[in-house]
Design a protein around this ligand. Structure first.
Ligand SMILES: Cc1cc2nc3c(=O)[nH]c(=O)nc-3n(C[C@H](O)[C@H](O)[C@H](O)COP(=O)(O)O)c2cc1C
Length: 247
């Protein structure tokens, strides 16, 4: 690697991050995989088509980080409660308030939301780290992760799937729609009720240092909240920098 004052680390000529080349731990170089093309000295481009599904999935999930984790509770048509983490998760719209998670492939959570039309997004606090991971085990359909892992539950206010008792935030949702994308299905849910532990609220605002959410990173990595900074958005009327195109 080449680095210097005011200069980012650059790969030494002929070496870029990619797949592991030959050599022992000390001398091992990173060499470009065949699907990667060097753009100048700083960037490598990757072709999803050439790489194929799994390698590109690994790349994508290592750069789209950190991802919040929706710990999704559902019930099956015969009433068995199910719980599984989903990090392909975000807010989809404001009015109506809709959140979304993605099932990659067909899993029990997806089957249950299709059958019953309801789910609860529980937020994943640091303290429940091992439990959250354990509920990602591919238990057979009909086995409740709440019971198998020993996750305490409580009744929801507006929907049948239970909340995780230890989760500081629970969003109770009614399925709005689903969208098939290849082998994945995006589930959109209208939030009909939010239940938030009063301990995390300060003047009605969920305080990040009290929420302590876990996030999903690449590979098997998990993250916690690091440094938190505040910076208000600047209105154009107050903009003190260049105003291109404004003569
Ligand atoms: C932190 C974490 C995040 C995950 N995110 C997703 C996801 O976004 N979509 C998905 O389909 N599976 C995801 N998984 C894998 C599922 O949780 C796993 O396949 C689980 O067994 C599905 O359970 P179910 O069959 O009860 O729905 C994730 C696993 C972990 C540990």
């Amino acid at each position: 690697m080449v680095s210097g004052p005011g200069r980012p680390c650059l790969p030494a000529p002929g070496t870029v991050r990619g797949i592991r080349g030959p050599g022992d731990a000390a001398t091992r170089r990173w060499v470009a995989p065949p699907h990667a093309r060097i753009l100048g000295r700083m960037r490598i481009d990757f072709d999803p088509e050439a790489m194929g599904r799994t390698p590109f999935y690994k790349l994508l999930t290592s750069v789209v980080v950190p991802r919040p984790i929706a710990w999704v509770a559902t019930v099956s048509a015969n009433g068995t409660a199910n719980l599984a983490p989903h990090s392909f998760f975000t807010v989809a719209s404001v009015a109506p308030p809709i959140v979304q998670f993605t099932s990659v492939g067909r899993k029990d959570s997806l089957r249950n939301v299709e059958d019953t039309g309801e789910f609860v997004v529980n937020f994943a606090p640091e303290g429940l780290f091992e439990q959250i991971n354990a509920t990602a085990t591919d238990f057979p359909h009909g086995v409740s992760e709440f019971e198998a892992v020993g996750v305490a539950q409580e009744a929801s206010a507006r929907v049948k799937p239970p909340r995780v008792a230890g989760a500081p935030v629970a969003l109770e949702c009614v399925v709005h729609s689903t969208l098939g994308l290849g082998d994945a299905t995006v589930v959109f849910g209208r939030v009909v009720h939010a239940a938030i532990d009063e301990e995390v609220l300060v003047d009605g605002h969920a305080e990040i240092t009290r929420l302590r959410p876990l996030a999903r990173l690449g590979k098997d990595e998990w993250g916690t909240v690091g440094d938190v900074r505040e910076l208000a958005r600047v209105r154009y009327a107050d903009w003190e920098g260049e105003r291109p195109g404004k003569g």
